[in-house]
Design a protein. Sequence first.
Length: 311
Amino acid sequence: MNVTPAQPCIASDGAPTMDAATLAAFYGKFGLRVVRSASAWWVEAGPRFLLAVPSHHAIHVPDDEARELFRRERVAGLRYMCDESDIGKKSFQLSCSDAGYSIEKLSANTRSKVRRGLSRNELRRIGGAELLEVGQGAFMETMRRQNRASASTLETWKRMLRAADSEPAIEIWSAWHEGEFASYLITIRIDDVCEFFQARSRNELLKHYPNNALIFHVTEEMLVRRGIREITFGIESPEDVEDLDAFKLALGYEKKPIRQRVLFHPLLRAALGVPPLRRLLHIAGARPGANVKWRKASGLVRFAEEQDRGE
């Protein structure tokens, strides 16, 4: 589905930003499937599974709208942050909204790592074209650490960077250790919120704390110097990313309570109602080195189970 926003988006402070339609159009530019329904824009975040975007916007999806999406788009499921009129599982959004954010508010251990990162790395903004030239190693090494690397993810990354250079609400921040590219962070301004969209880094330079420096510096830039209301790393992932979450929490972020809702196609929901099948799926997702598709599928089923139990 091609999406063409009617006009450029400008925030109340005069800075370029995105609304839901503009964000959906950005996803469409680099090849992801984009779908529109009455309540939201959706992107195919996994095979035949739609995520409402922006993911941190609470929405209500009526039953008849969900049924129409399943019928019309032939998808396996939907995931979104729901409002109080929907039943969802207790979840969280990684968020920071401290207008007085500073290094003094972090723990002694985190302050030490941030200071070392700031002293050892040069931080600067770059464009998507430059990141294409220098950042492939950081992207692929991070994806391998997370067991998510594939030729298709690399091609999607390249298309995403080409699209990013045409979007004024997107910024790319980079860290360089002694002239060598170490890490990057992509941010998107959505309405009055900044989303930390993607962060990747080189394995051999992690000892110089480029990520610590980059996340701290850009958080301070957005909240303190620019006065943006909130930064989000997105909503809780269906995968186990506890270590990544702990890193962000140490840098002053918090788990802001929300509710997520996961809906499966009725036929798939019936199949997943068979206990042995659910157990096999969870075993497949928990295996060491399990493919990301199995990990996500297991996590989504777990979300739905917790939702059904009212947790």
